[in-house]
Design a protein around this ligand. Structure first.
Ligand SMILES: Nc1ncnc2c1ncn2[C@@H]1O[C@H](COP(=O)(O)OP(=O)(O)OP(=O)(O)O)[C@@H](O)[C@H]1O
Ligand SMILES: [Mg+2]
Length: 249
């Protein structure tokens, strides 16, 4: 008898994306297929310009591919209306952008609260409850003192960790992290990395981490290499790999 198929929480099929036209066209994604199960932690390594951020933008429904499909929890995401896609993005996905996208006119706390406040669904929690959760995330990252400051008044590393809190505020099922430890020293980088790992384990969230840190990547369940717009899963299995889960499609 066939084994029951697990539905990936996120799947990309045959994604293609080019920028520019004619002679100047850059094929940023050539034909990328990828899937991840709930609770899996995967890392993507690859040289600058190889297409890593482009892939995360497609997976996170921030941008549309030229061809291919993205499925979230088995639901074909790209054929949904813009509104339905925003809702899906807001409810299921957390992002940490490569260049932190905190809004400069708002305090760190307000930035963290945004994803929880903008959902068009009726809120299950009161504003005070959400605020309490945001503060406890900041506390967890040992940053309660920056809550009322503006992004320009904190360090690059602190902004990066604030961006992690913002990505976690809606308890995402999928977390897309584009070099979240790039601006951090070893100790803080390790803290953020452990948090991502913990999130995958405790909340069964799927984490996709883009990093240049091979040591960090080696601790992920699966490691992928991006090269010239092509994604290849690295051979070898780490101790965190979940048995029988998530072969690349
Ligand atoms: N908006 C854009 N317009 C034109 N070209 C782009 C655009 N965004 C990305 N590219 C090009 O697409 C390719 C892939 O870029 P991408 O940002 O995905 O790389 P990356 O792997 O994330 O690199 P890095 O490690 O430097 O962040 C690069 O050649 C880049 O110059
Ligand atoms: Mg990038």
């Amino acid at each position: 008898m066939d084994k029951p198929e697990l539905t990936p929480i996120l799947e990309a099929r045959n994604l293609k994306k080019s920028y520019g036209k004619g002679e100047n066209a850059v094929a940023a994604l050539k034909d990328v297929s990828f899937s991840i199960q709930p609770g899996e932690f995967v890392a993507i390594l690859g040289p600058s310009g190889s297409g890593k951020s482009t892939l995360l933008n497609m997976l996170g429904l921030m941008d549309r591919p030229d061809a291919g499909d993205v499925f979230i929890g088995g639901k074909k995401a790209l054929s949904l209306s813009e509104e339905a896609r925003s809702l899906l993005r807001n409810e299921k996905l957390g992002f940490i952008f490569q260049f932190d996208a905190l809004l400069s006119d708002f305090t760190i706390l307000e930035n963290i609260l945004f994803p929880a406040l903008i959902s068009s669904r009726p809120r299950k929690e009161s504003y005070l409850e959400v605020q309490k959760r945001a503060l406890s995330l900041l506390e967890h990252l040992k940053l309660p003192q920056i809550a009322e400051r503006y992004p320009s008044q904190v360090s690059g590393g602190e902004r990066q960790r604030a961006a992690l809190c913002r990505a976690l505020i809606n308890n995402p099922e999928i977390l897309l992290a584009d070099e979240p430890t790039g601006n951090l020293d070893k100790v803080n980088g390790e803290m953020v990395f452990k948090d991502l790992e913990g999130l995958a384990r405790e909340k069964n969230a799927a984490v996709i981490l883009v990093t240049h840190n091979e040591e960090a990547a080696a601790r992920a369940a699966r490691v992928f290499h991006m090269q010239d717009g092509t994604l290849i899963e690295a051979a070898g299995v780490s101790s965190f790999r979940l048995a029988g889960r998530g072969a690349m499609s």
